[in-house]
Ligand binder design. Structure first.
Ligand code: FES
Ligand code: FES
Length: 152
């Protein structure tokens, strides 16, 4: 079956069954490999992308369910908020192994678009589904705060 999806502003025709997880389409069909596979069970956040600006777990999202939306992956993040998030990530050298980090950046950007001055509690709540095996959590939290200051 052929499915049309809008990824990073480009409408793409993909030959995949309706129940194919969006993550596989992004990585295998479109070769956008910044989005990672971690658990495949919506438990780790490594596969986080945005659907109409909201974070979703692409590993459990069938492609048929996103045909009417706009998908953004780490490769397509372009807003001012996203720039400040990525700049704060660089300044604080947040990543360790890096595997979880595209998902972390996607989640942090979605948070700051909704809430420009999050409390620690807001940050913990928004980021709780994004697991980091390297435990970079303190730097993630600080980077979100630094980015929030820049955009306020
Ligand atoms: S790979 Fe999707 S949440 Fe872990
Ligand atoms: S930086 Fe290694 S898993 Fe997060």
């Amino acid at each position: 079956m052929s499915v049309k999806i809008n990824v990073n502003g480009v409408v793409q025709q993909v030959d995949a069954s309706a129940d194919t997880p969006l993550l596989w389409v992004i990585r295998d069909h479109l070769k956008l490999t910044g989005t990672k596979f971690g658990c495949g069970l919506a438990q780790c956040g490594a596969c986080t992308v945005h659907l109409d600006g909201k974070p979703i777990r692409s590993c459990v999202t069938p492609i048929a369910g996103v045909q009417d939306g706009k998908i953004t992956t780490i490769e397509g993040l372009e807003s001012e908020v996203a720039k400040e998030v990525q700049s704060a990530w660089n300044e604080l050298e947040v990543p360790q192994c890096g595997y979880c980090q595209s998902g972390q950046v996607m989640a942090a950007t979605a948070l700051l678009k909704e809430n420009g001055s999050p409390t620690d509690e807001d940050i913990d709540k928004a980021m709780s589904g994004n697991i980091c095996r390297c435990a970079t959590y303190p730097r993630i939290r600080q980077a979100i705060k630094n980015a929030a200051q820049k955009i306020s």
